[in-house]
Design a binder for this molecule. Structure first.
Ligand code: AMP
Length: 406
């Protein structure tokens, strides 16, 4: 589903496009409509599924038409300051072309921040992201004004309860107006979350994004590389790994075309498949691939679901897919039936954080293989490295205005 189908404010759509989001992830597809319809929502969705934008976008969209001067519009309560910062960065990127204001309120920073936080809590801000402890510190001072609050969002609620924030959350809720829309996100749904939900939510829509894990028999490996190292590394993997059929995924069709051209130039017998090909062309390429006449294929995520070719024993992710679901589907193209399979992911400089989110979703770390020396020095893995970190503007230099079809 395309983001243009949600009827979002044009300035918000610009932020979505500049953040390089094209299609909504499954959680976004399911969560955004009921939030826009004003319903309370409880959703079980892990990090890596796109859950942050799933609640941010409809909330921002409403606040764009329902902004009230001097009031806090939405309060997002999260367990850790890292998550607060991460969500604040998301907000900054997505709201870049709007007038929405936001602030992250978390412990451990300096007095100057405390003053800015106090001002936002007294004088209003469209969106406030906070950790429970810091919020309680402000509440105890007596100046917090939540009279106009429209949304309360609890993110990673199970983790907050595990960390012992139940009482703090109750205190925060007491300071809020009764009439508001509540959204509760949690990776798991233990009894204590159900109890919290019962107290907090009114007639909620329940959404469960259960993500299937990839089969254990797929050997998963990853390389942490600089972008220019990707092409020589793929050539090397193809040369040194025995396979019947290798499928290489790229997130964008432009990359598919470029990579295919480069591989052909390097003597690889390879074909490409993406949405620019007619159905008949796709079928003929797939036929040649299945029959082994063309052993290597480069594809967009158009092929990550549904195709079942027993002979695919190697999957290579030229880039890290947008969410965990796509990763699982991509690598699930190998090791079909009784066969074994290997999946290699190339993690570029801007993809560390996204891969870390996928690992979290998988519940395990994927082995990082050292990049062969002859390809030069490679970066080290830094799961906290966010794409575009340190930049004021969201990235918008990349295939802007390109077709949204995969
Ligand atoms: P989250 O599950 O909210 O932590 O998001 C995981 C990652 O996916 C973040 O890096 C987001 O910026 C990214 N993301 C969220 N929604 C989309 C989307 N629709 N398309 C591509 N990337 C997305």
């Amino acid at each position: 589903m395309l983001f243009t189908e949600f009827n979002f404010h044009p300035n918000l759509l610009e932020g979505i496009e500049a953040s390089n989001y094209e299609n909504a992830t499954p959680v976004q597809e399911q969560v955004i409509p009921p939030i826009m319809a004003g319903k309370d929502v409880i959703a079980s969705a892990q990090t890596g599924t796109g859950k942050t934008a799933a609640f941010l976008l409809p909330v921002m969209n409403r606040l764009l038409s329902n902004h009230v001067d001097g009031q806090v519009g939405a309060l997002i309560v999260v367990p850790t300051r890292e998550l607060a910062i991460q969500i604040a960065q998301h907000i900054e990127g997505l709201s870049y072309f709007t007038h929405l204001s936001s602030i992250a309120i978390y412990g451990g920073n300096d007095a100057q921040n405390f003053v800015a936080e106090k001002k936002a809590l007294q004088m209003g801000a469209d969106i406030i992201v906070c950790t429970p402890g810091r919020m309680i510190a402000h509440l105890n001072m007596g100046y917090v004004n939540m009279k106009g609050l429209q949304f309360l969002i609890l993110d990673e609620a199970d983790r907050m309860l595990d960390m012992g924030f139940q009482d703090d959350i109750n205190k925060i809720i007491k300071a809020l107006p009764v009439k508001r829309q509540n959204l509760l996100f949690s990776a798991t749904m233990p009894v204590k979350i159900r109890q919290l939900a019962q107290k907090l939510l009114h007639d909620p829509v329940e959404i469960n994004i259960a993500i299937s894990k990839p089969p254990e028999k797929i050997i998963q490996k990853a390389y942490v590389v600089y972008e220019p190292q990707k092409l020589p590394l793929i050539k090397k993997i193809l040369k040194e790994t025995p396979f019947k059929n290798a499928l290489i995924f790229c997130s964008r069709k432009q990359t598919v075309k470029e990579l295919t051209r480069e591989l052909k130039r390097g003597g690889v017998n390879v074909a490409e498949i993406h949405s620019d090909l007619e159905q008949s062309e796709r079928e003929s390429v797939l036929g040649a691939f299945t029959a082994g006449r063309i052993p290597v294929m480069v594809a967009t995520d158009i092929l990550s679901r549904g195709i079942d070719i027993d002979t695919i024993d190697v999957v290579i992710n030229y880039d890290v897919p947008g969410d965990g679901e796509d990763y699982v589907h991509r690598i699930g193209r190998t090791a079909r039936a009784e066969a074994d399979g290997a999946a290699f992911t190339l993690i570029g400089e801007k993809e560390h954080n996204r891969f870390a989110a996928i690992e979290q979703l998988l519940g395990k770390e994927v082995e990082k293989v050292p990049v062969p020396e002859e390809l030069g020095k490679a970066p080290s893995y830094n799961p906290r490295l966010r794409s575009g970190s340190g930049k004021r503007r969201p990235q918008r230099n990349f295939h802007r205005g390109s077709s949204k079809r995969r």
